[in-house]
Design a protein around this ligand. Sequence first.
Ligand SMILES: C[S@@+](CC[C@H](N)C(=O)[O-])C[C@H]1O[C@@H](n2cnc3c(N)ncnc32)[C@H](O)[C@@H]1O
Ligand code: SF4
Length: 438
Amino acid sequence: MSPAQPVGAPLVDGLPPEVAAPAPGARCGAAGPGRADGAARPFSVYLHVPYCRVRCGYCDFNTYTNLHMGQGASAVDYVSTLAAELRTARAAMDDAGLPARRAATVFVGGGTPTMLPPSDLAAMIGLVREAFGLDEGAEVTTEANPDSVDEAGLAALAEAGFTRVSFGMQSAVPHVLRALDRTHEPSRVPLVVDWARRAGLGTSLDLIYGAPGESLEDWERSLEAAVEIGPDHLSAYGLVIEEGTRMWAQVRRGELPMPSDDDEAAKYELADRLLASAGYEWYEISNWALPGHECRHNRAYWQDWDWWGAGPGAHSHLGDVRLWNAKHPLVWAAQALSGRLPVAGHEVIDADSRLLERVMLGIRLREGIALAQLGEPGEVGGDEPGSGAGRAPRRLVPVVGRLVADGLLDGAAALRGRAILTLRGRLMADTVTRALTA
Ligand SMILES: C[S@@+](CC[C@H](N)C(=O)[O-])C[C@H]1O[C@@H](n2cnc3c(N)ncnc32)[C@H](O)[C@@H]1O
Ligand code: SF4
């Protein structure tokens, strides 16, 4: 992605001016009431909690097992430092002339947020209320590791205003959990989901397929166990060997095999089949939900809404401006506690990059994207009989036709002017994005 402006310097004096006004050539600025595109986009908040008990060998998230880093970055001080950051963020938005926007969704992620006591997580909801306000009926999620919660803690989270909890289950098969360095027993997952449900929380489970040594039968067992537990929502991620992780080093040394594309494709297809037959509908490539239980916060990312991210390494997204925080908790805490935005850099996205981003994210969703948005206004011309591309811009008609013929895009949807991935297309979403934006 080529930013229209180079990566910015750390922000000492507040937000970059582009958050308040559309950048030249950009389609809109940070949309709030009365902003350039005339409509308020929903606003979300992400809070990062950077602690884990054990670091899983595959994970490259910004997370640490040292809970006593000191100087505002220790677990005991975490909420106060976050409070300082959010106060500064609110003031910076006021200075930039951005109107107050209540959060429609809040997501506390990590790391493992439930490494902190429930009272700290409850306090975080208060911080969001203070800094931005919280919509009536807002979706408020925390991630959790199955062995870092108990029944009373989950009840306290529900009491404090959390509406859902997402547990990292990953697998139901002991040798697969071991290969992933997971510390919980498979029997822990139905228990914690039951506790969460009794507390009135919505529930989600994360699964990973393609771990070293995982057979198709192992994966089937995990899916069946997840369906048996019956959460409202399920995410299934193909294992990614992230550069720099312990698992990456093991693969590089030849101690572990690289996950194979064919194996991951077969496992994805199995997941879609089993989950669909249990009543879960796919709404994003890696996400399935019972009707009415899609994660609104996830949708905010894929639909290109605005969000503020707080905590070390968190990213924010306001219209055409992307900002990212200092990654190391000590650096982040020092800046936040000195009353500065702990932002390490920013970029302003130009119109072409933004379109690419919208296609890349939007194509992942069940409703796909409107083909007309890929052309210039008025450049719609694929409605000739047999063009197979409905209201696609004229130059894209043959491209869409080829993607339909290759079984990657749904033909009927294309005739209605939408690019919607088929099951095969979901396995090759990047290819489709490249073809549509070339
Ligand atoms: C922040 S963790 C969830 C909460 C908690 N830390 C846990 O792991 O139980 C987010 C999720 O990302 C997924 N994930 C992390 N690294 C991954 C990787 N390299 N490949 C695939 N999925 C990954 C896992 O499914 C994990 O549950
Ligand atoms: S997967 Fe979850 S528990 Fe494991 S290191 Fe990453 S954030 Fe921590």
